[in-house]
Design a protein around this ligand. Structure first.
Ligand code: HEM
Length: 152
């Protein structure tokens, strides 16, 4: 019987982990695109209305079912890839980690902002929320260039 070599098994395992990483990257970033949009629409609803309550519910589900679990899985798969692939010393990964930490901070801020909205506060204008909504797109473009081109 011909057994596959250890190198082949490790290669295939690495590819499966990378697939898992990318699936949850897509879910996470899609959620980060949607959440501030929801907040903009939420802030356009009359305070205390049934419409506002529906937005609070949608936002909570998006955060708890998609966003936060996806972020955790992206980190777990990413750290596994970096360890198995011996990438920790690479310059591109250091810069990518800085950007991903920034994105995780943005995620945390947006989760906190949702709690404020649910408590009846609306501290940030719709215009500022729309501007902040550009952050995940810009960070994603920079991260994808870093992982694909690996310029350093
Ligand atoms: C949370 C921390 C993260 C860590 C530690 C991490 C680490 C890694 C590592 C080590 C690879 C493998 C590179 C290779 O085999 O060439 C990888 C692949 C990739 N990562 Fe991440 N990553 C993280 C988050 C993200 C985020 C947030 C994005 C996108 C916004 C992203 C996008 C990608 C892409 C597109 C690839 C595939 C590159 C290829 O096709 O080879 N990663 N990541």
């Amino acid at each position: 019987m011909n057994l596959p070599s250890l190198g082949y098994v490790l290669d295939v395992t690495y590819q499966w982990i990378k697939a898992g990483h990318l699936i949850f990257v897509i879910f996470w970033i899609a959620g980060l695109f949607m959440l501030p949009r929801y907040y903009v629409y939420h802030q356009e609803s009359p305070p205390g209305s049934a419409e506002e309550r529906r937005w609070i519910d949608r936002e909570r589900k998006l955060r708890n079912i998609i966003l936060t679990p996806s972020m955790i899985l992206v980190w777990i798969f990413g750290i596994t890839l970096a360890t198995v692939g011996h990438w920790w010393a690479s310059g591109w990964l250091s810069l990518k980690l800085l950007l991903v930490l920034g994105l995780s901070g943005y995620h945390g801020y947006m989760v906190g902002y949702g709690r404020k909205l649910a408590n009846g506060q609306r501290p940030v204008s719709g215009k500022a929320l729309r501007l902040m909504n550009e952050v995940p797109g810009i960070a994603t473009a920079a991260i994808v260039i870093l992982v694909i081109v690996k310029p350093f």
